[in-house]
Design a protein around this ligand. Structure first.
Ligand code: PLP
Length: 396
């Protein structure tokens, strides 16, 4: 008998999520006794800040923090967000109307197209890119327009190259710098030009700043709101996942002018009831103490980055040291498909990498190393990658 239940075209139209099959393969290999080096998901091996754990413990004893948070959430968290935006970027936001707690930034980013794009409207997304952007656009019934990030464009989305008829239908552009997966950063003149184009066309600019604190060699990542006119069009997204090793806590936030934050709030009030208040309590303490937490994370990542770049050079893969994020985006020799290569590396050596094609077809020709383990493990992981490359006749 044929199955009477039909899965929606929207759900069917979602490409397979890139990380979905890795945990099962890892479990199988580990059970067979293989030593796994996981440089796949952007999930650092470092613990969450002590202040987060202490605040969470305290919060568990407070029954008021076990109630619904609704979209307003914990006023102290909104206040901590506004104070951090002021200290970090010199930008003033009203906690009550211009900040919004999120259940991780992925949640906000993927719900955003529902607030600004109708069927037939275009959402511009980068490729390779964080796949929740594409998924959010598809689930909203909007039409994604994919812009390729290539080394020759410094991995920037150049809106001037988007055909005029597409730009005319565009309601939302999603940008992410420092970038996942390429680790590219965006020059200031590029960001100003992009804000100007969005203003000229009435396009919402979603700026995903998940990696703004993970910067190296003295580079300081800006907020989009540091650029003239950005208040008119931008919504900026931040995450506590990466800078504070709190991926599983599911906490982030968005900031923007009241009308834009209000539109996302309206959507969210129908799909969730806000992050757990206890987590917002802990997140407020983390943001308040951010300046004493982030430097050591940054130093450790820079050390890991340097180890990865050195080890890669030793196996014949020469990559420029990135200035930010927690990834190395490594070009593969042309005849090696990235999914096949990373699968082979995992099955034969136990090293988890992500294939470039997992970030959209435009990521083909690369693989991504996440700097999620200590320098020694990264060096060992890269050495193992080298054995697979050599067997494929690709090492120099
Ligand atoms: N944005 C980018 C570019 C990411 O790489 C990620 C996670 O990998 C996120 C957003 C989501 O982070 P979270 O939902 O944990 O805040």
């Amino acid at each position: 008998m044929s199955d009477p239940i039909r899965i929606s075209r929207r759900a069917q139209g979602l490409p397979g999520y890139p990380l979905a099959e890795i945990p099962a393969i890892k479990r199988r290999l580990a059970a067979a006794g293989m030593d796994i080096i996981d440089l796949g998901a952007g999930d650092n091996d470092t613990p969450p800040p002590a202040v987060a754990v202490a605040a969470m413990t305290e919060a568990l004893a407070n029954p008021l923090l076990s109630k619904y948070g609704f979209q307003q959430g914990l006023p102290a968290y909104r206040q901590a967000i506004a104070s951090w935006m002021q200290r970090r970027f010199g930008q003033t936001f009203d906690p009550a109307t211009e900040t919004l707690p999120l259940i991780g930034s992925k949640e906000g980013l993927s719900h955003l197209p529902l607030a600004f794009a109708d069927a037939g409207d275009v959402v511009i997304v980068p490729e390779p890119g964080y796949q929740a952007y594409l998924g959010g656009a598809l689930l909203a019934g909007a039409t994604p327009h994919v812009v390729q990030l290539r080394p020759e464009n410094d991995f920037l989305v150049d809106l001037e190259t988007v055909p005029a008829e597409i730009l005319a239908k565009t309601k939302l552009v999603i940008l992410n710098y420092p970038n996942n997966p390429t680790a590219a950063i965006a020059p200031h003149d590029y960001l100003q030009k992009t804000v100007d184009i969005c203003r000229a066309h009435g396009i919402v600019l979603a700026y995903d700043n998940a990696y703004c604190e993970l910067t190296f060699d003295g580079y300081v990542a800006p907020s989009i709101f540091e650029f003239a006119g950005a208040r008119e069009v931008a919504v900026e997204f931040f995450s506590l996942s990466k800078s504070y090793s709190m991926t599983g806590w599911r906490i982030g936030f968005a900031v923007g002018r009241p009308e834009l934050i209000g539109a996302l709030t309206r959507v969210k009030s129908y799909v969730d009831t806000g992050p757990w208040l206890a987590i917002q309590h802990a997140a407020a303490k983390v943001l308040d103490g951010s300046e004493s937490i982030v430097p050591s994370v940054r130093d450790e990542l820079q050390h890991r980055r340097d180890a990865a770049i050195t080890a890669l050079a030793e196996i014949g893969l020469h990559v420029q040291a990135p200035k930010a994020a927690m990834y190395i985006w490594v070009p593969l020799p042309p005849h090696l498909p990235s999914a096949l290569f990373t699968r082979q590396v995992l099955e034969e050596t136990g090293v988890v990498l992500l294939p470039g094609s997992g970030f959209g077809a435009g990521g083909e020709g690369f693989f991504r190393i996440a700097l999620t383990m200590g320098a020694e493990r990264i060096t060992e992981g890269v050495r193992r990658i080298g054995t697979v490359l050599a067997a494929a006749g690709a090492a120099v």
